[in-house]
Design a protein. Structure first.
Lengths: 82, 188
């Protein structure tokens, strides 16, 4: 039943994607109840997830794409080989 | 199902497929120039392999199949080369204290302005820097899972890793990112 901090924080990370199992969550909660360091990690982990969400939205708004110039170069290089 | 036989026309490849192939690649390799090179290589490889095209698949499907192999080759390469970036250990890996936090990596409190910090428009830039400090494979797996939100199974299939590998990578990436953001953002 007893987890190390490494194992507990692993489950904590997995749970951010809602992929930790029921038993893992129970074991994690027991550990978090007893361990302040991992408790803080868990709290900050949810904040980090929010940051990643923000970052994701930002990435969607600034979609990386090929510019026309790059495509022209690509086309030129391809045509030399046709 | 159409019985129409598809044909290849390399003169139109860039026009018709470059954007599509690029979008496919950029969500999997995390680097603009590299993605561009992989697309260009795919076109070259397509030219060479034109004689093998049987017309069963559409031109795009056929090109994507080539591109997928190029991406897999690239993953193999970063797997075998030791990256310059390293993942810092957060926990003792052996001895009596195995699995416990290493002192200087123990989380610190982040002060009171967390919400404001999250709303700050420069957050993304700081985070991007931290992600770039990860070994490439870690950055790719982390981004595919967290930013692109691929299914675990799909990432494992594409990168040829097991689910437990994936979670170890995610765990190490997230603990390193937490520390990096603590040092450079939350407690700056």
């Amino acid at each position: 039943m007893k987890l190390t901090c490494d194992e507990a924080t692993s489950i904590c990370d997995k749970s951010q994607y809602k992929e930790a199992s029921f038993w893992e969550i129970i074991k994690l909660n027991i550990h978090l109840f007893l361990c302040k360091k991992c408790g803080l990690y868990s709290k900050q982990n949810s904040i980090m997830t929010k940051c990643y969400e923000k970052h994701k939205k930002n990435e969607i708004n600034n979609l990386d794409c090929l510019c026309d110039e790059e495509k022209q170069t690509m086309n030129k290089e391809l045509k030399t080989k046709i | 199902m159409s019985t129409k036989k598809h044909i290849l026309n390399p003169n139109n490849w860039v026009n018709l497929h470059a954007d599509y192939l690029f979008n496919y690649t950029i969500s999997r390799v995390n680097n603009h120039d590299l993605a561009k090179d992989l697309v260009q290589d795919t076109f070259f490889a397509g030219l060479k392999a034109m004689d093998n095209f049987q017309g069963k698949a559409s031109e795009r499907t056929w090109l994507i199949a080539i591109l997928k192999r190029k991406i897999i080759d690239y993953y193999r390469k970063i797997n075998s080369v030791k990256g310059k970036a390293e993942v810092k250990m957060n926990f003792y890996s052996d001895g009596e204290r195995e699995g416990e936090w290493i002192e200087e990596r123990v989380p610190n409190s982040w002060g009171n302005e967390i919400e404001k910090n999250i709303e700050n428009s420069e957050l993304s830039t700081a985070l991007e820097k931290c992600i770039d400090s990860l070994p490439e494979k870690y950055a790719i797996v982390f981004k595919m899972k967290t930013i692109q939100q691929f299914e675990t199974e799909e990432i494992c299939k594409e990168l040829d890793i097991t689910a437990s590998n994936l979670w170890v990578i995610i765990h190490r990436a997230r603990t390193q990112l937490r520390k990096c953001m603590e040092d450079n953002w939350f407690n700056n």
